[in-house]
Design a protein around this ligand. Structure first.
Ligand code: NAD
Ligand code: TYD
Length: 336
């Protein structure tokens, strides 16, 4: 199986590359990544030297570069992770979100159509369902209702991908996962930001009242679910991937303070995010029924492993936090 993995130098994409090469001896991977602020070749260091892995630096909006990747590698499938993936950044700077998440996905779909690809696995998010009133959860039929430029761009790219199945019979699957956490996550999302700040005795900025609910999924469980969909998923279908662990943000922050042995006095309540979705909740019954996948990592064990990784990798954190990170941090937090 030859897989073209877009965004494979990012958080989830690199976990997919590492775990797929480790668990599937027949897999060959070409990672294609633009290396934006979120992409980092350090994340692929564990597979450096593997004869079954190649890397190419390219933008998914660059049709010629994508054609070249298809022509030289002849992939059986694309696993499409590349995206501008952060809600707060999408609020400050929506243009790259539109460009990569919509135009980039369109460029890949067109290449896949021209080259007659056997499978296009589009990686998406539960945020496309928007905020969900308790006690309900979203199955794959739930209406799309987006709040941020990020979630709107993901919903748009999901629909575009599905249209290529309906219209051109391109074998597309779409997965919608809940909030991921684990090693190598850029310290701008809740869990890595709070761990990195706690370890440096910096303030932990909690938006609003901190009672927003997210469903947490360990990154390796997400990657296993994507492999299950590639192996057993039906073309033209959407599969939700949840961690079956809903927690309020403040609860997560308290657990991080406990795991890092830091005081609650580090918590700072700051101005809420505009358009902040209150609650995400997902039903994963379909993927469990059709593929047999289920999350394997309990939140307690996953969080402990994640905290331990950030403790052991302060150099990685220091490197990704240098340069442009400082101006982002200032832009997002200084006025709150
Ligand atoms: P990330 O921000 O860590 O990584 C994104 C990667 O895409 C980076 O390596 C970046 O360099 C690359 N990239 C960005 N623009 C590109 C372009 N134009 N061309 C080529 N490469 C480009 O993101 P992540 O958290 O690993 O998310 C990966 C995917 O999973 C995204 O599609 C995201 O929407 C989806 N997702 C994320 C989560 C989550 O909790 N992080 C949850 C559900 C779904
Ligand atoms: P985030 O990790 O950005 O993921 P998403 O917005 O895609 O769910 O945020 C998770 C939750 O944590 C969300 O409710 C916003 C909140 N949050 C904070 O309270 N403080 C922060 O500094 C960040 C980054 C997020």
């Amino acid at each position: 199986m030859k897989l073209l993995v877009t965004g494979g130098a990012g958080f989830i994409g690199s976990a997919f590359v590492r775990t797929t090469l480790a668990t599937q001896p027949e897999a060959e991977i070409l990672t294609l990544d633009k290396l934006t602020y979120a992409g980092n070749l350090d994340n692929l260091a564990p597979v450096e030297g593997s004869a079954r892995h190649r890397f190419v630096r390219a933008d998914i909006c660059d049709a010629a570069a994508i054609d070249e990747a298809f022509a030289s590698f002849h992939p059986d499938a694309i696993v499409h992770f590349a995206a501008e993936s952060h809600v707060d950044r999408s609020i400050h700077s929506p243009a790259p979100v539109f460009e990569t998440n919509l135009r980039g996905t369109f460029t890949l779909l067109e290449a896949a159509r021209r080259h007659g690809l056997a499978h296009f696995q589009h990686v998406s998010t539960d945020e496309v369902y928007g905020s969900i009133e308790a006690p309900h959860d979203a199955d794959e039929q739930y209406p799309l209702h987006t709040s941020s430029p990020y979630s709107a761009s993901k919903a748009g790219s999901d629909l575009l991908a599905l249209s290529y199945y309906t219209t051109y019979k391109l074998p597309v699957t779409v997965t919608r996962a809940s909030n991921n956490y684990g090693p190598y996550q850029f310290p701008e999302k809740l869990i890595p930001l709070m761990i990195a700040n706690a370890l440096e005795d910096k303030a932990l900025p909690v938006y609003g009242d901190g009672q927003q609910i997210r469903d947490w999924l360990y990154v390796d469980d997400h990657c296993a679910a994507i492999r299950a969909v590639i192996a057993k998923g039906r073309a033209g279908e959407v599969y939700n991937i949840g961690g079956s662990r809903s927690l309020a943000n403040l609860d997560v922050v308290h657990r991080i303070l406990k795991a890092t042995a830091k005081p609650k006095s580090l918590i700072r309540y700051v101005t809420d995010r505009p358009g902040h979705d209150r609650r995400y909740a997902l039903s994963s019954a379909k993927i469990e029924r059709e593929t047999g996948w289920a999350p394997a990592v309990e939140f307690e064990a996953g969080l402990a492993a994640t905290v331990a990784w950030y403790q052991a990798n302060s150099e990685w954190v220091g490197r990704v936090r240098s340069g442009a990170y400082q101006s982002y941090y200032e832009q997002n937090y200084a006025h709150r």
